[in-house]
Design a protein around this ligand. Structure first.
Ligand SMILES: C[S@@+](CC[C@H](N)C(=O)[O-])C[C@H]1O[C@@H](n2cnc3c(N)ncnc32)[C@H](O)[C@@H]1O
Length: 309
């Protein structure tokens, strides 16, 4: 009888995975192999590194090598593990939503600064704040706002029903379902008629990470993005910045006086988007760079008094 082959241990599995992903040109190969091994074995990071000699079961090894093959073929790690962290919380992600990006956390930092969180907590504890997240995707911004502002009610809008289903599951799992209200809408259209008919209040803050990549740039995108993330979440038009004008006009109509608008920008959107704020409606325009020095977030305050047009 042939002796059974020794079981693959954690350390060797990780090394094999890194080698396979590196050979396939996968970015962040070590992290990707580690995340896939954690997922296949159901372990946490500490146990992975404290017991590198532990053997994988046959089923774990099979799952791991299947995941490595898919990752090597371009499937994003987050689609294989089904999750991504944002603002200290874990979000379910599927191919129906954009994978939350670290740079989008700048939206949160700017929103917190702009709303002077500490002052609000100390002095306006009882006030209900009304927020909107336009193009909510996985619901990451809406949930992060709900976490930071326990007295806020949030409208989370998206044109994609499939994305809204994922966002709703995330809000439910994170315990925010009672304060985040999901609706299908083209930008703020669903709310517009309610505001006009006085059936709905205006917002204190509107945040949005709209699709902003230009279709003309599609060929330059990583295959993980171009071939696996939803087109509706990526492309804003041929140039990329096409949605901002409507988003800004509709926000001006649906913010309270002195309300705040916080928008994520594409890597080259600033020149096209900044002039859209050159109207008497807007004041205190701010631009925040991301860690790579790219102007990433544009924020502005609606004038305290509206100029009637
Ligand atoms: C770049 S993703 C942002 C997702 C999420 N907010 C985030 O930051 O990770 C843009 C989102 O806007 C949605 N979207 C695209 N066009 C839209 C429109 N005209 N109105 C509302 N949502 C739209 C897409 O379905 C997608 O979920």
């Amino acid at each position: 009888m042939k002796p059974a082959a020794p079981a693959l241990d954690i350390r060797t599995a990780l090394k094999l995975g890194i080698t396979q992903l590196r050979a396939a040109g996968v970015p962040s190969d070590t992290l990707a192999a580690e995340l896939l091994l954690l997922h296949a074995t159901g372990r946490d990071r500490t146990s992975l590194y404290s017991h590198p000699e532990d053997p994988l079961t046959e089923a774990e090894a099979q799952t791991y090598f299947r995941l490595l093959e898919q990752r090597a073929a371009g499937v994003p790690t987050q689609h294989l593990t089904g999750k991504q962290e944002f603002w200290g919380m874990e979000f379910e992600v599927t191919p129906d939503v954009l994978i939350p990006r670290p740079e989008t956390e700048h939206i949160m930092e700017v929103a917190l600064d702009r709303l002077a969180l500490r002052d609000l907590r100390l002095q306006h504890k009882q006030n209900i704040l009304l927020f909107a997240d336009i193009g909510t995707g996985s619901g990451c911004i809406a949930c992060a706002l709900a976490k930071e502002f326990p007295a806020a009610e949030i409208s989370a809008l998206d044109i994609s029903p499939a994305a809204l289903a994922v966002a709703q599951r995330n809000a439910a799992r994170l315990g925010f379902s009672d304060r985040i209200h999901f609706q299908q809408s083209n930008l703020l259209a669903v709310h517009e008629s309610l505001v006009t008919s006085h059936k709905s209040a205006l917002f204190d803050l509107i945040a949005s990470n709209p699709p902003y990549i230009g279709r003309r740039e599609a060929a330059t995108l990583a295959r993980e993005v171009r071939d696996h993330e939803p087109e509706i979440a990526l492309y804003g038009g041929e140039e990329g910045y096409e949605l901002y004008a409507d988003l800004i006009t509709q926000s001006a109509a649906q913010l309270k006086p002195s309300g705040i608008l916080v928008l994520e920008l594409g890597h080259d959107s600033l020149a096209a988007v900044r002039p859209l704020f050159d109207t008497p409606d807007w004041t205190n325009i701010g631009v925040t760079n991301d860690l790579a020095g790219i102007p990433r977030v544009l924020s502005a305050q609606l004038a305290a008094q509206r100029t009637e047009t």
